[in-house]
Design a protein around this ligand. Structure first.
Ligand code: SF4
Length: 289
């Protein structure tokens, strides 16, 4: 009979095999890029840049983050430059809209940093940007070399294709998602993305139905309670598994970048707006964090 260490070795080998298959799938997507639903079709392997402008992965910083949700901290946060959105009020502009900034870190070096951060107390590895979707092949390449047993956090706007979601399934342990808008016109106007509602609801439903742990961030925008906050929170309460989902109703919006050109969002949230959002979430029985 196989002893326990044989069993562990077998499971690790199976996991590596599975990761390699996912790496192959991701590598194919790079030739006709569709990691996100912009589906540019850029051949990034041949140096073609798509809408997000990301070619090779560039990292702007990595550190132990204490500002994430309490159950995640300290979190080893790895920030990629480049994003699949262009939110007019982006609070991380210097990262998200400049995909050529940052440095390429060899996967072996990043593995060493992951080990070091774990020794320093990291409870997880938190892949974020901008948005990490364009960097899926690199992330898999790092994890394929990494034997540290740390939960993986996918921190994203969730504008992913189903192909990307399938690759991430079983690799990510926690989905830390953004769900910003309750309708397509606000998403188009304020983040420059199409078909937002269908894509974001589809993706949340998929990961919830697969019993993944999800923390949803909803940034409350000034004067967007009726059109965005209430419909988003209502949808979550009706469609996702409450056992796996927590919601972070965020009130820290402040106008940045082009917000001054977009009337109603050119100010901070009022206390009354935040209280109404919180009361609404509470009334739906959502688990808040
Ligand atoms: S990840 Fe970038 S290149 Fe790929 S489909 Fe999305 S926007 Fe286009």
């Amino acid at each position: 009979m196989a002893d326990k260490s044989d069993r562990v070795k077998y499971l690790i080998a199976k996991e590596n095999e599975c990761l390699k298959e996912k790496l192959d799938a991701a590598s194919k997507i790079m030739k006709n890029c569709h990691f996100c639903e912009r589906r540019c079709g850029a051949n990034r392997k041949e140096g073609e840049r798509g809408w997000c402008g990301v070619l090779e992965p560039k990292i702007s910083s990595e550190f132990l983050h204490f500002g994430e949700e309490s159950e995640l901290i300290p979190s080893h946060t790895i920030f990629f430059t480049g994003c699949t959105f262009a939110c007019r009020y982006c609070q991380n502009l210097d990262i998200s809209q400049y995909p050529k900034r940052g440095i390429y870190i060899e996967p072996e070096i990043l593995v060493k940093l992951i080990v070091k951060r774990k020794q320093e107390g990291a409870r997880n590895v938190n892949w974020v940007g901008g948005d990490p979707a364009p960097d899926i092949p690199y992330i898999l390449g790092v994890l394929n070399r990494c034997n540290v047993n740390t939960p993986q956090v996918w921190n994203s706007n969730m504008y992913l294709t189903e192909e990307s979601l399938n690759i991430l399934e079983g690799v990510m342990d926690i989905y830390l998602t953004d769900f910003k808008y309750g309708n397509d016109s606000c998403a188009e106007r304020l983040s420059g993305v199409g078909n937002y509602r269908e894509i974001i609801t589809r993706n949340h439903k998929i990961i919830s139905d697969r019993n993944n742990k999800i923390i949803i961030r909803h940034l409350v925008l000034p004067e967007h309670l009726e059109c965005c906050t209430f419909p988003v929170l209502r949808w979550i309460s009706k469609n996702l598994n409450p056992e796996n989902v927590k919601v972070n109703v965020m009130g820290q919006y402040h106008p940045e970048w082009k917000a001054r050109d977009y009337g109603e969002i050119n100010r901070r949230l009022t206390r009354d707006e935040l209280e109404r959002a919180m009361r609404f979430a509470d009334g739906l029985g959502l688990e808040l964090c």
